[in-house]
Design a protein around this ligand. Structure first.
Ligand code: NAD
Ligand code: UD1
Length: 338
């Protein structure tokens, strides 16, 4: 099979390209490098010993997509391309709707014209909204999202659902990621945020390596076991393998299918700090700070459906997530540019 991977130079995309190649597929990466470095793909080539064909371009460029589908015999698309910073999405909603919603629209239109009907979409646990009971289960309706990023994911899910209902040839997986962390065990690829990290794991790792002085823990008075927020962190390689399983599943299942990809285990911010200290053997200086606007106290996955229908489980534990993050951070203190 040849798989078009949009956003394949990014964090989750690059790890997924490794696992798609390991599983015997051919890939073609399309990425505009707005939030990634082409160096990640060179590293993927090093890890797998295989060439990674790459087109630098934008998913909103319909002429480019038409050419890509005409020139390559694509069987399926794994669609990561999009913008993902929640705070920025509040400041720049049009950019988020344009990249995430319009970009997906242009992509699926090009797929339809090219006769390619198998699609795996990067969705998010954020689509469950603010009021959903935990653990989140796929039978819950999409909820009230609190920012343009989350709304863009919910809109794309709806768009893809309507599309699948319009034509029985479509086979679409909506993969709802919980909190991906970690890096490939080689230490060659990992998460490399531009600027100050918004997310917990890269921030902790940059404190550990001395790039940042201390972590602010947002909120200590939540109604959780230790007062800090709880999330379902999963290893990015497990997440990548989930995409391989989803593509297998879609080969025999038309229609639209949502799956939670998480471990099913809530972990607090303080537990994350302690686990990282264990992995790196250094203290992580931190201070308590006010709650971050929009944060939910605790959410985690019911991942039963992915186990039963995809045969997927997250196998890598918290210690492994931390050890692999630390190896990546230590070997690449300044990320791909260092
Ligand atoms: P990332 O920013 O590392 O990867 C996204 C990639 O898409 C980047 O390489 C970027 O250059 C590219 N891109 C962005 N807009 C594009 C466009 N218009 N055309 C072509 N390429 C474009 O992010 P990631 O963490 O790897 O996330 C991948 C996907 O998973 C995103 O859709 C994101 O919303 C979703 N997701 C991520 C998380 C997370 O915690 N990382 C959680 C849930 C969902
Ligand atoms: C965030 C997004 C969510 C997105 C997800 C992708 C928000 C409000 N939500 O989720 O939509 O799908 O990323 O992974 O941005 N924390 C600190 N200090 C920090 C950074 C984070 O204490 O410097 C805490 C947060 O308050 C939170 C936890 O760590 O409790 C995890 O934060 P983060 O990694 O940003 O993920 P989410 O907030 O779950």
């Amino acid at each position: 099979m040849t798989i078009l991977v949009t956003g394949g130079a990014g964090y989750i995309g690059s790890h997924t390209v490794v696992e798609l190649l390991n599983a015997g597929n051919n890939v073609l990466v399309l990425d505009n490098l707005s939030n990634a470095s082409a160096e990640s793909l060179k590293r993927v080539e090093h890890i797998t010993g295989q060439a990674v064909p790459f087109v630098q371009g934008d998913i909103r460029d319909s002429a480019l997509l038409e050419r890509v589908f005409a020139e390559h015999s694509i069987n399926a698309v794994v669609h990561f391309a999009g913008l993902k910073a929640v705070g920025e999405s509040v400041q720049k909603p049009l950019e988020y709707y344009d990249n995430n919603v319009n970009g997906t629209l242009v992509l699926v239109d090009a797929m339809r014209k090219a006769g390619v009907f198998r699609l795996v979409f990067s969705s998010s646990a954020t689509v469950y909204g603010e009021d959903a009971p935990v653990p989140y289960h796929e039978t819950l309706p999409r909820g009230r999202t609190s920012n343009p990023y989350g709304s863009s994911k919910a809109m794309v899910e709806q768009l893809l659902t309507d599309l699948a209902h319009s034509d029985p040839r479509w086979a679409i997986a909506l993969l709802r990621y919980f909190n991906p962390v970690g890096a490939h065990e080689s230490g060659l690829i990992g998460e490399d945020p531009f600027g100050v990290p918004n997310n917990l794991m890269p921030f902790i790792a940059q404190v550990a390596v001395g790039r940042r002085e201390r972590l602010s823990v947002f909120g200590s008075d939540y109604a959780t076991a230790d007062g800090t927020c709880e999330r379902d962190y999963l290893h990015v390689v497990d997440l990548a393998l989930g995409h391989v399983k989803a593509l297998d599943f879609l080969a025999n299942h038309a229609g639209v299918h949502a799956f939670n990809l998480g471990t099913g285990q809530p972990v607090s911010v303080l537990q994350m700090i302690r686990a990282f200290e264990q992995a790196c053997g250094r203290a992580i200086p931190f201070e308590f700070a006010p709650r971050r606007a929009g944060d939910l106290p605790a959410f985690w996955a019911d991942a039963t459906k992915a186990r039963q229908e995809l045969g997927w489980v997250a196998e890598r534990d918290l210690a492994r997530m931390m050890a692999d993050t630390w190896r990546w951070q230590l070997q690449n203190p300044l990320g791909y540019g260092g």
